[in-house]
Design a protein around this ligand. Structure first.
Ligand code: NOJ
Length: 547
């Protein structure tokens, strides 16, 4: 495929299990992705990022890999994956794989060996420490709840697991492990993939193993050797190739992200950070109800935008992924069809004017909403189910927990893709592994494509603009009205071109700001005309060029 500046690209994230089922198993598969390639061409995206499709017991839906070299038969075969690559390439679409190298499944052969004895060749592929039966090595907390160490009676030691009990953390201090990881990545490069998303990759270097005053994050987040390891990874694998990379960075800092993405340092191309998606975590607590803090959302987004721009770093920009609730339900308004469409478009315009690589998560482009599940048996996600039992143990009322899950659970974004208004939204002819949102009869791809005013066409236009207008890729970022309670406003400037984005986040009319001139060609808006006030959720992208 002809090479292009990766910075101009837009990525579409696929959660294969919920995307399109061609076998009637109730779970999506790779052939289901092949079947929809024309849909991606129509949308105009450059890359498809597939969340993990490797062999896995699926306790964390593939983020628990038991064999890096095999495709999970539930998703199809390696031949299917090859065909996906070929057919996508024919359409000018590239494929990014998700690589999980902070941990593996405890069913991975390395762990099975590692567990056998203290002198096993693979013992040091993982992090084993002494403790006593009821006293783990440190008080660190797992991100999925509970202590982060799991006791193994065979060798009377604990292994570290920052996520599920079945996801054991790898020991990056071990050179043999690192070499095996690089071989595996090179295998997928030779296979023909075009990019990698590295799961929680800023957690791979652990520091001291001592007790913490909090959950322990300071000992392994952006750890002591993380930059060294990423540079080594880069040099040994994708560094000299046309491969796009993005690292998922958990609780990271701007300083580290500037380093991760500094082209001179040869680590990664770009980074995801999540600070802007914690603005509805009161006091930092995810499992609690709260309205989102709009001023904080702007402050965080813009702090990252400006600092990464000025420091020569590169952000991934996104509202949604498979771990986050649906944005239109979260920062928009899904209560009426009109508001869903207006706010869905507004959020798209507000985000896609920013600097960085835009990511679209399946269903976002048609404004899919949280499914509003009412019962715990509708949930599948390990993190949500753990949170439910932990909160119950703490004495929280079950119906209150259900309200929290309905806004915070990762399953909010994992319900099946809504293709049409037939049974199960056209996702499967079998029984879906997780229920389809009951709004699928209105909110589905077929409807969206038929309606020229749908959210889909706003995304399509935004992608086209990103390809055509340099200022969207290269322009510097300047925020305005940071104390304004309603409006999100910024400009982008590059050579003689400028873009202004102005977005009303509220369900009410808001006057145009007095000290800002919104003049120029309207590239995109979510209303057909212009008034002297900004109407509910009105958003404009305005283009200017010096004479
Ligand atoms: C981040 C992934 O996005 C999430 O889905 C997963 O549970 C954790 N990393 C652990 O791999």
């Amino acid at each position: 495929m002809a090479s292009m500046d990766w910075r101009k690209s837009v990525v579409y994230q696929i959660y294969p299990k919920s995307f399109n089922d061609t076998t009637g198993s109730g779970e999506g598969d790779i052939r289901g992705i092949i079947e929809k390639l024309d849909y991606f061409s129509k949308l105009g995206v450059d890359y498809l990022w597939l969340t993990p499709v490797y062999e896995s017991p699926m306790n964390d839906n593939g983020y628990d890999i038991s064999d890096y070299y095999e495709v999970n038969p539930q998703f199809g075969s390696k031949e299917d994956l090859k065909e996906l690559l070929e057919k996508a390439h024919e359409k000018g679409i590239r494929i990014m794989m998700d690589i999980v190298i902070n941990h593996t499944s405890t069913e991975h052969q390395w762990f099975i060996e590692s567990k056998k004895s203290k002198d096993n060749k693979y013992r040091d592929y993982y992090i084993w420490k002494d403790g006593t039966y009821d006293q783990p090595p440190t008080n660190w907390e797992s991100k999925f709840g509970g202590n982060a160490w799991n006791y193994d009676k065979q060798t009377n030691q604990y292994y570290l697991r920052l996520f599920d009990i079945t996801q054991a953390d790898l020991n990056w201090e071990n050179e043999d492990l690192r070499r095996d990881i690089y071989d595996m990545i090179n295998y997928w490069i030779d296979f023909g993939v075009d990019g990698f998303r590295f799961d929680v990759v800023n957690l791979i270097s652990k520091g001291e193993f001592v007790d913490s005053d909090g959950p322990g994050k300071e000992f392994y987040t952006d750890g002591p050797k993380v930059h060294e390891y990423l540079n080594e990874l880069n040099r040994n694998t994708f560094g000299d190739k046309d491969i796009m990379t993005v690292g998922e960075m958990s609780s990271t800092t701007i300083d580290h992200c500037l380093k991760y993405t500094d082209p001179e340092r040869n680590e990664l191309n770009s980074v995801f950070n999540f600070h802007h998606l914690k603005v509805d975590y009161p006091g930092g607590e995810k499992w609690a109800l709260a309205n989102f803090d709009f001023l904080e959302l702007k402050r965080i987004l813009m702090e990252w935008q400006v600092a990464m721009d000025e420091g020569g770093g590169w952000n991934a920009i996104f509202w949604c992924n498979h771990d986050q609730p649906r944005v239109v339900s979260r920062f928009g308004n899904d209560e009426t069809e009109e508001n869903r469409v207006l706010s869905g478009k507004m959020l798209a315009i507000a985000l896609h004017g920013l600097k960085g690589t835009p990511y679209i998560y399946q269903g976002e482009e048609i404004g899919m909403t949280n499914p509003a599940f009412k019962r715990i048996d509708q949930y599948r996600d390990v993190e949500s189910l753990n949170a439910y039992s932990i909160l119950r143990d703490k004495g929280m009322d079950a119906s209150h927990i259900m309200d929290i899950l309905a806004t915070k659970s990762r399953d909010n974004s994992r319900t099946p893709m809504q293709w049409d208004d037939s049974l199960h939204a056209g996702f499967t002819e079998g029984e879906p592994w997780i229920e389809v949102s009951d709004r699928y009869q209105k909110i589905n791809v077929t409807h969206a494509l038929e309606d020229e005013h749908s959210i889909f066409y706003t995304y399509q236009k935004l992608i086209r603009l990103r390809h055509e207008i340099d200022v969207l890729t290269y322009g510097s970022v300047e925020p305005y009205l940071m104390d304004d309670e309603n409006l999100f406003v910024y400009t982008r400037i590059h050579e003689d071109e400028s873009i202004m984005v102005i977005a009303n986040f509220r369900n009410k009319e808001v006057p145009y700001p007095e000290n800002i001139s919104v003049e120029g060609e309207i590239l995109l808006s979510n209303y057909d005309d212009r008034k002297d006030v900004l109407r509910p959720y009105e958003a404009l992208m305005v283009y200017g060029q010096d004479e």
